[in-house]
Write a protein that binds this ligand. Structure first.
Ligand code: SAH
Ligand code: SF4
Length: 363
């Protein structure tokens, strides 16, 4: 006889929005308000097991435990940077695929960098996740649970998550619905109630989805991974540029910025003698002229599958000055957590290649 439980996946608590949870509980004969009580336990009291839901009857706690998954994330490895300010966690999903989440402390900020896919289909040459290829989309709950995991740990130290950057593994706009659902759940006043402006979604530049985002009624920040200012160079680094060339991308971003009145961030991984030339800086300044924009210059994080090197400090500074002289706001970002491979996908791709080669866990 076949076991039904293997045929029908169990519902996963973080996948359910409030109406869905309400419907499920009503089908069990429970009043609708139980759903809000459960959300409060999950998103405000940071309870992780049905046992902890002391606001519910024992029978209901038992049923939740029997019929609903409360976690999809299994911690495999954790690494702390030498200054202790960056913590990176490698999780396994139920199907044993790896994803990573990074927590950064900076002054009063507690920022999480979360993943939306295991691997990525976009194939950017310099990116460790791109080098892994695409494994699968995360569900909205698997995106949410990364945040809840760290929110619980911070709460134990009387701290809170203040910002979320969707800049971990994967292309968020290639998993559009799950990403938006996760943000809305975390932003919901009955959920975690984290302000929309505290979220930043970074994209490689999927033009139709950027246009779709303009239509969403949500005040999140947008970051664009540009990295090159002409089509030939950009396509050689980011294959997606063949599909959505720079002119189309910039037109969509201009519309985003005009409509939402939000400042857009452009990311630029500085690669020595590749995209750190005065010509590239001039072309970039021209592209962004008159736009509400900010450029983040990030010296390349070296990865196994890419031979380029990070720009020297002098070249980075010169690039920055050229932009600033043209009136473009820009910052050189530190490579935080470089000693724990905190670059996008670097820990998981190592793990994928050779588990015996994984860095030693902390503690
Ligand atoms: N897929 C999305 C978000 C995840 S990548 C995107 O591409 O925007 C987050 C950022 O890290 C992107 O700007 C990406 O270009 C950058 N990145 C990837 N690999 C890098 C590396 N080796 N060094 C520096 N930045 C890198
Ligand atoms: Fe994917 Fe972003 Fe990496 Fe490109 S940089 S491969 S889009 S995760």
């Amino acid at each position: 006889m076949t076991d039904d439980r293997q045929l029908t996946p169990r519902p996963y608590i973080f996948d359910l929005d409030l109406p869905e949870l309400t419907t499920l509980l009503q089908s069990w004969g429970e009043p609708g308000f139980r759903a809000k009580q459960i959300w409060q336990g999950l998103y405000q009291n940071w309870w992780s097991q049905p046992d902890e839901f002391t606001t519910l009857s024992k029978t209901l706690r038992q049923r939740l435990s029997d019929e609903i998954d409360f976690s999809h994330l299994r911690v495999v490895t954790e690494l702390k940077s030498s200054d202790g300010e960056t913590l990176k966690t490698l999780f396994y999903l139920p199907d044993d695929l790896p994803i990573e989440t990074v927590r950064m402390r900076y002054d009063k900020r507690r920022t999480l960098c979360i993943s939306t896919q295991a691997g990525c289909a976009m194939g950017c040459t310099f990116c460790a996740t791109g080098q892994m290829g695409f494994l699968r989309n995360l569900s909205s709950g698997e995106i949410v649970e990364q945040v809840i995991y760290f929110a619980r740990r911070l709460a134990a130290q009387d701290e809170r998550v203040t910002n979320i950057v969707v800049m971990g593994m994967g292309e968020p706009l290639h998993n559009y619905q799950a990403t938006l659902d996760a943000i809305r759940r975390l932003n919901h006043t009955d959920g975690m109630n984290l302000g929309a402006r505290r979220f930043t979604v970074s994209t490689v530049g999927l033009v139709p989805q950027i246009r779709q985002l303009i239509e969403e009624d949500i005040q999140i920040n947008l970051a664009i991974s540009l990295h090159a200012a002409d089509d030939e160079l950009r396509a050689s680094m980011l294959p997606v540029n063949h599909r959505y060339p720079i002119a189309d991308l910039i037109a969509a971003v201009r519309e985003y910025s005009r409509t939402t009145k939000r400042r857009v961030t452009f990311e630029w991984a500085l690669i020595q003698q590749v995209n750190d030339t005065p010509e590239q800086a001039q072309k970039l300044a021209k592209l962004l002229q008159g736009m509400l924009a900010h450029v983040n210059l990030i010296p390349l994080n070296p990865t196994q599958g890419f031979t380029g090197e990070a720009s020297s400090q002098i070249r980075a500074k010169r690039f920055q000055e050229t932009l600033e002289n043209q009136g473009i706001a820009c910052t050189i970002r530190l490579r935080r957590g470089i000693d724990i491979q905190a670059g996008c996908g670097q820990l998981a791709s190592r793990d994928n290649q050779d588990p015996t080669d994984s860095p030693a866990p902390i503690q």
